[in-house]
Design a protein around this ligand. Structure first.
Ligand code: WQD
Length: 340
């Protein structure tokens, strides 16, 4: 049974990926510093899979600690690297915090494995900016990111591509996520935003349960059918399964190159107002919202071309908007009765 290291494994996408790795027969070891997650998630994962994954709390920005960790765990067959700061707005206010954390952790990991490792990297569709052509494919040009967060994803991809070009034993897959939403069907794990949610769906569920006031729709004057911005929302469980497919592909040595990029979306776009409708029709809960001004840095519309992911990873998103919204709502209700 291959052992996979999941950095940031108690985070939103990380925790769901730990579950799917277990379901696929992998052993998992988690590294986390809990800077943006809750240690209780480990018990929640155990409640789902029946075993408690090994977890080592450490700072990936400390080169010596990471080197020592890898020396002590020489049975790691692959790495899925989630651990990074990801709040777009915060990154604008604290760029150095983002560049330091997101780059030190990645470079320390690669060096600790002496560049001989199968690595799945958590990237983002934010690297495309506002694409000129939709759906956006992996070979679309990347654009200067609107935020230091987005810049860290773009530059990290360049670091990986350039390192792979001169290091044949380093095999990397960058996964460009569109908009991850929803929660595990057990409602034992899900998104745990810290403070006021910046992302749409956690704000919706907190508004619906009465933790927040009305939703502000950031702009309805975009060049879209209903004027609100469009994104490609993907269920977090579908996203997690794609990471298992990526690890399997790396293990299979099927790829003709040691650096690959894949879009992880559904291939369909939904507007903010459509998400609000989908939530109401899936849950029966009426939402209050107002139309406000556009949010600084937002793009107008993006959805992914997932042909390559389906063909090469043998993966396709299966869960629809109804499941995304109903699972997110079930998780919010669980949190109300079981506050973390
Ligand atoms: C979605 C749409 C908002 C909140 C960002 C990052 C991406 C990833 C996901 C980390 C937009 C609108 C939102 C609200 C609204 N981050 N909105 N009212 O900005 O597409 O992506 O988060 O992994 O890398 O770029 O996601 O959920 O913030 O916004 O109208 O209260 O909902 O304007 O059109 P976004 P989001």
């Amino acid at each position: 049974m291959s052992k996979i290291l999941v950095t940031g494994g108690t985070g939103f996408i990380g925790s769901h990926t730990v579950v799917e790795l277990h379901n696929a027969g992998y052993e998992v070891i988690i590294v986390d510093d809990f800077s943006n997650s809750n240690p209780k998630i480990l018990q929640q994962i155990e409640a789902i899979i029946g075993v408690k994954p090994e977890l080592v709390e450490l700072d990936l920005c400390d080169e010596a600690i990471v080197k020592n960790f890898v020396l002590q765990h020489n049975d790691i067959a692959g790495v899925i690297h989630f651990a990074a700061f990801k709040a777009v707005g915060e990154s604008v206010q604290q760029p150095l915090k983002y560049y330091r954390n997101n780059f030190y952790s990645l470079i320390n990991l690669i060096n600790a494995f002496d560049s001989k490792v199968n690595l799945v990297f958590s990237s983002s569709c934010t690297v495309y900016g506002q694409p000129d052509v939709l759906p956006v494919t992996e070979d679309a040009p990347t654009k200067k990111a609107e935020s230091p967060y987005g810049n860290t994803k773009q530059i990290a991809e360049e670091i990986l591509q350039e390192t792979c070009a001169v290091t044949p034993q380093l095999k990397v897959t960058s996964l460009r996520y569109f908009n991850p939403v929803g929660a595990h069907h057990t409602a034992l794990i899900g998104e745990l935003p810290i403070g006021v949610p910046q992302n749409l769906v956690p704000f919706i569920t907190q508004s619906a349960i009465g933790k927040r006031g009305p939703i502000t729709v950031y702009g309805n004057d975009y060049d879209t059918p209903d004027g609100s911005a469009i994104r490609d929302y993907i269920h977090v469980v579908d996203l997690a399964k794609a990471h298992v497919a990526a690890i399997k592909r790396l293990e299979s040595n099927k790829a003709s190159t040691n650096y690959e990029v894949f879009n992880l979306g559904t291939g369909k776009g939904s507007s903010v107002l459509q998400i609000i409708d989908a939530f109401e029709s899936s849950t029966g809960v009426k939402l209050n919202y107002t139309i406000g001004p556009r949010r600084e840095g937002d793009i107008e519309k993006v959805w992914g071309d997932v042909t390559k992911s389906t063909k090469e990873l043998g993966w396709k998103a299966e869960l629809d908007l109804k499941e995304m919204m109903s699972s997110a709502w079930k998780w919010e209700k669980y949190l109300q009765d079981n506050p973390f």
